[in-house]
Ligand binder design. Structure first.
Ligand code: NDP
Ligand code: 2IT
Length: 446
């Protein structure tokens, strides 16, 4: 609910960022739930915290020129949006995908600010990326692109300034090439300048698994609050990248049957349950399309062009990209008796879909809480880099599990406090906002 004064503020924020629909959507979603806290704390409006929190502190746009394997010159655009440093150095991933534009990176940096606040680890918010498309590129081309990208980015980042990591199209291979170039330019081994590093050279055990595992830990708390467990339930997952793969792994470990995964070409329906080893072979080792999985797995089918949401399930985990679950999908999930939707991706559900799910009392785990396990474990990687320690897989995942439990508890308690029991979207937004806003007030007019 947006009252008159807040509505005027929202309109001015949208007007100053034309042509950025994803950013508008993210801002409206957060500010639309802040009514009760703004009523209680007039200082947030008086000090213009909403306008300040919605305006990135710094936005860097740069040209990235590199040579492909045939000697052709390629030109891409790189960017880094340093959104908010009230709680710590800017922190957030890099996305390499042809759809990347400033509005998408701004929405991601905005979401990241509140997500990072919820982790409690002293991390500011940022995001970056490029319209570079890694699909079909050789390792050598990806390396030259990463080196060209870092040649500009390096002057804007540092272990105490801004600490990028992966996102869509940026995984261990890319972080390696980016780190190599940073190290060469800086003439320093600044382990803490990037996270998601290889475990042999400063990375944390468990970071690869963290986002997917964290989302499933969040889901199990959500189900527990409704006296249910994961054991024996049916799940559908979208995507087949980093987040999706380790969501599938943890779901299956905890006794769920995952009957769908997908990519941008279509969905695999595997009624027996996804074969994790085959999924990893196809996607991580061969970097092939998910249709390849269906070709090798008897009993599974490939639904070209389809999303997973028409396949009946008890829980749905969108783990691919923004706006991949719309009103029609929400109606189908509700009609099929879905109990819970937990967002592994960033802003995967449209505003209309969220409204329908909430009306139908489907338990909803919002992205900025449910997928915070990735960045939280990046925070743990930074701790290990700073102390020159190396924790075991069990230690790190144990810390992750505790952080996800705390985040779930904070969202629930905040929703209760503000008169909306069970509304974890409101709980996540208000809890994250208050952390950041109070730090900004303390820091004065900066
Ligand atoms: P990956 O690049 O590893 O995998 C992305 C997956 O999503 C692929 O299966 C890809 O299919 C699919 N996908 C990407 N874009 C689209 C699209 N436009 N339409 C349909 N499918 C698409 O990325 P991640 O797993 O790291 O990221 C997935 C989501 O999770 C993103 O929203 C990201 O922001 C979010 N996230 C990631 C975190 C992390 O630690 N990595 C942390 C928190 C959130 P295809 O190969 O066909 O493109
Ligand atoms: O959206 C996200 O939280 C990420 N892509 C992870 C960011 C990070 O810094 O680990």
């Amino acid at each position: 609910m947006v009252d008159g004064r807040v509505g005027v503020v929202l309109e001015s924020i949208i007007a100053r960022s034309p042509g950025e629909p994803e950013f508008h959507q993210a801002v409206i979603e957060v500010v639309g739930t802040l009514g009760p806290v703004l009523a209680q704390h007039p200082e947030y409006l008086e000090q213009r915290i909403i306008e300040r929190i919605c305006e990135p502190e710094r936005q860097v746009l740069f040209r990235v020129v590199w040579q492909d394997d045939r000697g052709g010159v390629q030109v891409n655009r790189g960017m880094r949006v340093q959104f908010n440093s009230a709680l710590g150095p800017y922190k957030g991933g890099l996305r390499f995908h042809p759809s990347v534009n400033l509005g998408i990176i701004k929405f991601l940096g905005f979401e990241q600010t509140f997500k990072n606040a919820l982790t409690g680890l002293g991390l500011g918010g940022g995001k970056g990326g490029s319209d570079f498309d890694p699909k079909g590129r050789s390792d050598a081309e990806v390396m030259r692109f990463c080196q060209a990208f870092m040649t500009e980015l390096f002057r804007h980042i540092g272990p105490h300034t801004d600490v990028p990591a992966g996102d869509i199209g940026v995984g261990g291979r890319e972080i390696g090439f980016l780190f190599g170039q940073y190290k060469r330019l800086a003439n320093a081994y600044d382990s803490g300048v990037l996270t998601g590093k290889g475990v042999g050279w400063g990375g944390s055990l468990g970071r690869t698994e963290a986002t997917g595992f964290g989302a499933v830990f969040f889901l199990s708390h959500l189900l527990a609050s409704r006296k249910r467990t994961l054991d024996g339930i049916t799940a559908t997952v979208s995507g087949s990248g980093n987040v999706a793969t380790y969501a599938v792994a943890k779901l299956e470990e905890l006794g769920a049957r995952v009957v769908a995964v997908s990519d941008s070409s279509g969905t695999v329906h595997d009624p027996k349950g996804i074969d994790l080893a085959l999924l990893r072979q196809v996607k991580e080792v061969e970097r092939a399309r998910i249709s390849e999985y269906a070709e090798r797995r008897t009993g599974s089918t490939f639904l070209r062009g389809a999303r997973p949401w028409s396949i009946p399930c008890d829980v749905a985990l969108p783990c691919a990209t923004q706006n991949e679950l719309d009103e029609q999908d929400a109606k189908t999930l509700i009609a099929n008796g879905c109990l819970a939707v937990v967002e592994g991706a960033n802003m995967p559900s449209t505003a209309g879909a969220i409204a329908l799910l909430q009306q139908a009392r489907v338990a909803f785990g919002p992205a900025k809480a449910a997928n915070a396990g990735g960045v939280a474990t990046s925070g743990l990687e930074m701790q290990q880099n700073a102390s020159r320690e190396r924790w075991t897989f069990e230690q790190t995942v144990g810390r992750l599990a505790g952080i996800m439990q705390d985040i779930h508890q904070t969202c629930e308690a905040t929703a209760d406090e503000y008169g909306a029991p069970g509304d974890l979207l409101l709980g996540a937004n208000i809890a994250g906002f208050r952390q950041v806003a109070d730090a900004m007030l303390a820091h004065g007019v900066v």
